[in-house]
Design a protein around this ligand. Structure first.
Ligand SMILES: NC(=O)c1ccc[n+]([C@@H]2O[C@H](COP(=O)([O-])OP(=O)(O)OC[C@H]3O[C@@H](n4cnc5c(N)ncnc54)[C@H](OP(=O)(O)O)[C@@H]3O)[C@@H](O)[C@H]2O)c1
Length: 253
């Protein structure tokens, strides 16, 4: 089976990737910890769109997760045509106030497993015509984020890594894109203790719109969905870092 792998497909942006890729006729591998949710989504998409869906329960905070996931794909004879590295989470609070383990898990999920999975799937992706990788970064990638230091730093890594990979793989026909959404309606804000912040109270974009733009522009190195997010990023680029990091701190105080 030729399929697109979507991590973090049990909710929010990842679920939308699964839905929109299914409409486009792609077979799917759905990955997350909550297998019940993946299986419910998978059954629905199989029935509606006449596609094949494989669901794999996987905790990407485990250092061995990517290796185990790739072994499971090989066992199920999946040829990967696209990879959406979407799984991720944040947490709001000062570095010293948040649990160390949670912050290390954040780096493992948002950064290390993303690199691990990309590296392991890259040889196969290079053999497939029109293959693609979408790494979900964030508008958080463009400045430091006091009160969410590790999350912002993790997304800066994803943006930088994806941009470099975009250039490295140009000659190989693998499109690599860093998707940089701003505040988006999903389970992210409650998971990150951010629902009451100015950032989320100022309004969110729907995950559906974020993903529509991401898929339409997947050959671009950086995709910032939504005019408001684009303007914020460009205003940030024109401002001194001292200002942008303080502003980020205020928006998520
Ligand atoms: N929402 C926003 O405002 C926003 C803005 C910018 C960027 N982003 C990024 O967008 C991506 C998707 O987030 P979302 O907004 O869709 O949030 P969400 O609704 O909370 O979904 C997060 C997904 O990641 C999965 N996940 C989390 N920890 C995992 C782990 N240890 N192992 C495997 N899967 C794990 C979750 O599945 P399980 O819990 O079932 O494992 C879930 O499917 C993240 O990378 C996030 O940083 C979000």
């Amino acid at each position: 089976m030729r399929a697109v792998v979507v991590t973090g497909a049990s909710a929010g942006i990842g679920e939308q990737f699964a839905r929109q890729l299914a409409v486009a006729g792609h077979h799917l591998v759905l990955v997350a910890r909550r297998l019940d949710r993946l299986e419910a989504l998978g059954s629905e998409l199989q029935e509606r769109h006449n596609i094949q869906v494989v669901c794999i329960a996987c905790d990407l905070a485990k250092p061995s997760a990517a290796e185990e996931l790739v072994a499971a794909l090989a066992e199920k004879q999946v040829e990967v045509t696209g990879l959406i590295n979407n799984a991720g989470f944040g947490d709001r609070g000062f570095v010293e106030a948040l649990s160390l383990q949670r912050q290390l898990d954040m780096i493992q999920v948002n950064v290390t497993s993303l690199v691990d999975l990309t590296w392991r799937l890259l040889p196969g992706l290079k053999k497939v015509a029109n293959s693609f990788i979408i790494n979900v970064a964030s508008t958080a990638a463009f400045q430091a984020g006091p009160n969410m230091a590790v999350y912002y730093a993790s997304k800066a890594f994803v943006l930088s890594f994806s941009e470099a990979l975009h250039e490295e793989l140009k000659g190989d026909g693998v499109a690599v894109s860093a998707l940089c959404p701003g505040a988006t309606d999903s389970e992210f804000a409650s998971e990150a203790n951010m629902t009451e912040t100015m950032l989320f109270k100022a309004g969110t974009m729907s995950a559906e719109d974020v993903v529509r733009k991401a898929l339409a522009a997947r050959r671009r190195a950086i995709v910032i969905p939504g005019l408001k997010n684009l303007l914020l990023v460009w205003m940030g680029k024109l401002s001194p870092r001292m200002i942008t990091r303080r502003l980020a701190g205020i928006l998520q105080a």
